[in-house]
Write a protein that binds this ligand. Structure first.
Ligand SMILES: [Zn+2]
Length: 89
């Protein structure tokens, strides 16, 4: 069985049934070390998701502005004319 535990901080080997909170090698708190790392990952992930959402909203906003501008001038929308390549009669 591969049940060796290692300290997530210093990589020191821990006994299988090592039940103390702190690493015998570096003294880091094993119980909270993982938790903190996970919390930070969650926070980073959440921040990235918020960024992505804002970027999408900004792009939508821009698209709407362009749309307004083009319809005012009676021009075909740039993305429509690019997608529908119908030859003019
Ligand atoms: Zn350690």
């Amino acid at each position: 069985m591969k049940e060796d535990k290692f300290c997530p901080h210093c990589g020191g080997k821990l006994k299988l049934f090592y039940l103390k909170q702190t690493c015998p090698h570096c003294g880091v708190n094993l119980l909270t070390y993982n938790m903190e790392a996970r919390l930070e990952q969650d926070a980073q992930k959440a921040a990235a998701e918020v960024d992505a959402l804002w970027n999408r909203l900004r792009r939508l906003d821009k698209a709407r502005l362009i749309e307004k501008h083009y319809t005012k001038k009676g021009k075909p929308l740039p993305w429509e004319s690019a997608e529908e390549q119908t030859p003019e009669a």
